[in-house]
Structure formats: C-alpha cells, structure tokens
Design a protein around this ligand. Structure first.
Ligand SMILES: NC(=O)c1ccc[n+]([C@@H]2O[C@H](COP(=O)([O-])OP(=O)(O)OC[C@H]3O[C@@H](n4cnc5c(N)ncnc54)[C@H](OP(=O)(O)O)[C@@H]3O)[C@@H](O)[C@H]2O)c1
Length: 321
C-alpha cells in the first residue's frame, strides 16, 4: 500500500477556476487487483479544456463532469510499478492514461496505452498532436502553399498546429492571441509569420482556419476566409461553460463556398500508429519540436491551470511529479 498525493476539486468555480477551488490531499492507494496495474505517474497535461468539466453538468462533454471531492481527469504518462493477478502489463512499462492530477493510480490494464519508443520523449504524448494533424489533413484538407490561420495559436493545440502546418507544406502560417505581448511571443517562439489580436488588427486572407476559440476569433477568421476556405472547428476556449456562440452570416459563407468541419477525434489504432510514426520521425529529425512548459510538483497543478487559462504559457503545460 502506498500513499499518493492528489488534487481534488474543493468547490465548483463560478467563472475561472482558481487555486482556492482545489485542495491537495494524501490518500492510501490499494494494491492492484486482478486485471489492474499500479502506475507511478510522471507527468500530466493541464489544459483550459478542464474548465468545462468543472462547471457542473453540461450535456455531451467528452468526459464526465468533475464533482466536488473528485480528482480531475487529464492525459497522463506514468510507469507501471506493480501488476495484479492475471498480468497483461509488465513492471517498468511506460503507459498513458487519463487518471492524472495524482502521483499514483490503480487502473484496469485496459485503461492504459503502452507507449513503447514511438516518440523520442514520452512527454510528447501529452500533446494534442493527433487532433492537430487530423484538423489540418482530414478536415481542412490543407494544400501546399496555402495560408493557415490558427486561433489561440500559442495554446496546447495551437502550438502544434502552426509548426505542423509548416511541415505539411503550408505557405504562410498565422495565429491569433488575446494580447499584443502574447502575439509577439508566439511569433518569436513558434515561428508564425504573423499573429493578430482580434478586435485590434486586420487579419490577412486565409485558405485554412483551425479554430480553438469560437466567438469573436471565429467571426474574425471567417471574415478573412478566402472563397473555398476550409475551417476546422477544434475548440471553444472563449466559452465559459461549454458554449461559444457566434452569429454567422451564412449567406456570405455559402456565396464564398466556405465549409465548417467539427473535429471530434477518436483515432482508430491504425490511424494512431500512422500519426505516431510521422510525429516521431519529425521529432527525431528536428523538423518539429514539442512545445511544452514544465511545472514541478503536484502542489503546482491548480496554479498551472489558472496560468493556462490566463494565457501565460506557450505550448502544452505539463506537471512533472
Ligand atoms: N476536438 C477535439 O478533438 C479536441 C481535442 C483537444 C482539445 N480540444 C479543444 O481545443 C481547445 C484548445 O485546447 P488546448 O489544449 O490547446 O487548450 P490550452 O492549451 O489550455 O489553451 C491555452 C490557450 O487558451 C487561450 N484561452 C484561454 N481562455 C481563453 C478565452 N476565454 N478566449 C480565448 N482564448 C483563451 C489562451 O490564449 P492566449 O494565448 O491568446 O491568451 C491560451 O494560450 C479547447 O477548447 C479544447 O477543449 C478539442
């Protein structure tokens, strides 16, 4: 039996979650039963997307809402340290799973994905790479030389979409950010050709949009979309509780032949393998990096969430344990 520290939701936030909405507690973790493993978590992702799950009951979210006293879910990488009766995994194996925000987790073997050595550093499994890749290739059907706009281009998804678009042959790759300072940072740190503050700057004409924000960013992106543009709708960061409403001139979209595609990625195993092989190759060759920020210690996780939502970081935020 080991003691594990974990972060629990202490109160449902009215708006933006702050550190006061969480508590860090120590709890004993049982030995793994038949068909289970004990995993020592190494790092987990902290994303603004959690805000929707903390807001109470919202229908249709990909994961269930987090109740007071529960530990939030998050994509996590850890190492198997004990295996229950029946086997199915081996001690020392590195796996990903969704039982994050805690140091140790007991899980069914089936809830763990063995990572092997597909990526040079397993931390890159915390990124939303498959989503980014599918948004650009399957949904937006990016063609060589086209101009790509990524809203919230410095977030976890955005920071992969921009560089990936470049590797996939895009011409200009541009982003939005909420402040001038952040816009300048994403140009300097992620290599965007330009970054715009919606409501302040005029956005250049674009062929492909990957939208992580909804609301005013989506409206501005559609205004800048060329005839025949494809828009991949990935996220709704501007929505406080799951919805990011925006009024659209559908007549204008029809006349310009602009298509909107909702991205809800659940890759089948073959697609996942194909993505990991390509991603691993690009990381090893140096064609891509995995933009991420390391935050140390379980106690730092609530502050990290607040900082992500405030837009203080560039890339995926990973809490190292
Ligand atoms: N469809 C799918 O399969 C799929 C998969 C993964 C993620 N998602 C969704 O994609 C979106 C992005 O996820 P992520 O992991 O990239 O999130 P993230 O890393 O937490 O994003 C951080 C960024 O969010 C921006 N942001 C935060 N609050 C905002 C607001 N109110 N308005 C505008 N921007 C705001 C900040 O932009 P600034 O830098 O400008 O401040 C910050 O840089 C989320 O909505 C997530 O649910 C969808």
């Amino acid at each position: 039996m080991v003691e594990s520290r974990e972060v629990r939701l202490a109160a449902i936030p009215e708006g933006v979650p702050g550190q006061e909405h969480f508590e860090v507690v120590s709890a004993p973790v049982a030995d793994p039963g038949p068909g289970e493993v004990l995993v020592r978590n190494r790092y987990f992702q902290v994303s603004a997307r959690l805000r929707t799950l903390l807001a109470g009951d919202i229908e249709g979210t990909p994961l269930p809402p987090v109740r007071v006293g529960e530990v939030p879910p998050s994509i996590t990488v850890g190492e198997v340290v004990a295996v229950g009766a029946g086997g199915g995994a081996r001690v020392g194996e590195v796996v990903s799973h969704w039982a994050g925000w805690r140091e140790y987790a007991v899980l069914p073997v089936a809830a763990c994905t063995p990572l092997g050595d597909s990526l040079p550093d397993p931390v890159a499994h915390l990124g939303s790479g498959w989503t980014s890749y599918a948004a650009l290739t399957v949904h937006a059907r990016l063609r060589a030389g086209e101009t790509v706009l990524v809203t919230a281009g410095g977030g976890g998804v955005g920071s992969l979409v921009g560089p990936l678009a470049r590797v996939l042959g895009a011409g200009r790759v541009v982003a939005t950010a909420r402040t001038r300072e952040k816009a300048d940072r994403v140009v300097a740190e992620l290599g965007y050709d330009a970054a715009y503050v919606v409501g302040t700057d005029a956005i250049e004409d674009v062929d492909v949009v990957v939208d992580n924000v909804g609301g005013a960013d989506l409206r501005a992106a559609l205004a800048a979309a060329r005839p025949g543009a494809r828009v991949a709708l990935v996220g709704a960061l501007s929505g406080q509780a799951g919805a990011a409403p925006v009024e659209l001139d559908t007549f204008g979209l029809i006349l310009r032949g602009i298509s909107l595609h909702g991205v809800n990625t659940r890759p089948d195993p073959d697609e996942r393998d194909e993505w990991l092989a390509r991603f691993g190759g690009w990381l090893r060759s140096g064609a891509l990096t995995f933009p991420h920020v390391r935050v140390s210690g379980i106690d730092s996780a609530p502050r990290a969430l607040q900082e992500v939502i405030e837009g203080r970081h560039v890339g995926t935020v990973a809490v190292y344990l």
